[in-house]
Design a binder for this molecule. Sequence first.
Ligand SMILES: *[C@@H]1O[C@H](CO)[C@@H](O)[C@H](O)[C@H]1NC(C)=O
Ligand SMILES: *[C@@H]1O[C@H](CO)[C@@H](O)[C@H](O)[C@H]1NC(C)=O
Ligand SMILES: *[C@@H]1O[C@H](CO)[C@@H](O)[C@H](O)[C@H]1NC(C)=O
Length: 297
Amino acid sequence: SVTLNCEVEHPSAGWSFYWYKAVPDLSEKSSSYELLPDGSGTAQDSYIIHGQTHTAGYVCRAGRGDPEYHTDHSQPKFVWSAPASLTVSPDRVQHFTSDSVSLTCEGNFIEWRVRKFSEDGQLYSDCRRMTGSTCNIYTSKSDTAVYWCESGSGEFSNAVNITVHDYDPILVSPVHPVTEGTSVSLSCCSREKILSNVIFYYNNKIIQNDTWGELNISAVSKSDEGFYKCQYSGRESAQSWMSVRAVFSSSFSVLMISGLIFGIVFIFLVFLYKKVYRKKGETLLFYSLKYLNKQHS
Ligand SMILES: *[C@@H]1O[C@H](CO)[C@@H](O)[C@H](O)[C@H]1NC(C)=O
Ligand SMILES: *[C@@H]1O[C@H](CO)[C@@H](O)[C@H](O)[C@H]1NC(C)=O
Ligand SMILES: *[C@@H]1O[C@H](CO)[C@@H](O)[C@H](O)[C@H]1NC(C)=O
C-alpha cells in the first residue's frame, strides 16, 4: 500500500482534506479529477491506497470554513506497480520543440494506448500518431506531460515526465529512476551539439563548474535525488527531477532469504546423507574435505 500526504502551508485545526484521482475527461472541463471513495472532507491529511495495480495520478486539496473555502489542487503524484515499461527515445526528460520523440510500450501485450497527463491537469487517452506499440510525437510545448502505457487487458507501465523547451540549453538527464549504486552521467546540450564549459546545479546550488561537459556520478545514492539544471554562457536550462530507486531493502533481503534457504537445505541434505549412508557419507565427506585442503595448500 501507498500513503499519500497532503500539506497546507500554515497547518492548523479545522482543515478538511479531499482526495482525487485523474481520470480521462471527455467533456473537456478544465481538469479531470474524480473524487476518491472515502476521499471527501476527511479530517486526516493522509490517504492510503491499498494494492493498486494500475497507474494513476493523485491530487489533494483542503477546505475550511462555512461556506467552505477550498485551496487549489496540489501537484499530482503518480503511483504505479508496473509489469510493463515505457521507454523514451531519445532517452532524456527535456526535449526541444519540433523534436521527434518516440514513446514505446513494452510488455506482454501488443495493443497499447499511451496516456498523457498534461501540465494543466488534463488526462488524454490516446496518442495521435501510434505505430504498433510506439507513440511518435513531433514536440510542441503542450507535450510537456506525464506519460504512461495501458493495455486493453489492464496492464500498466511506469509513468515518465517529458518536458519541451523552445530555448537553449536543455539538460540531458535520465527519464527513469536511477538505481542506487549505479553510475549516471548528465550533460547539457543545444539544438546542435553537446556543450562543454557547463555549470551544473543540484537543487539550485552549483555542484560542478569546470571545462567538462558532463556531470558524472559514479555510485548514485538516495541523497543525489533532486532537481538538476545546467548553465551555458549565462543561459540556464530548466530544471528536471532525477529520482533514485533504492535497491537495498527488496533485492538485498531476497538475497539474504535465498542464502538462508540454501544453507538450511544444504545442512539438511548433508545430515540426511550421513544418516542414511552413514559409512559411505563419512568417507565421501572425508575425501571432499581432504580435496578442499589440498586445493587450499
Ligand atoms: C516528475 O517531476 C516532478 C518534479 O517536477 C517529480 O516530483 C515527479 O516525481 C516526477 N514524476 C514522475 C512520474 O517521474
Ligand atoms: C565558474 O568557473 C569559472 C572559471 O574558474 C569562473 O570564472 C566563474 O566565475 C565560475 N562561475 C560561477 C557561477 O561560479
Ligand atoms: C563520464 O562518464 C562517461 C561515460 O559514462 C565517460 O565517457 C566520460 O569520460 C566521463 N567524464 C568524466 C569527466 O569523468
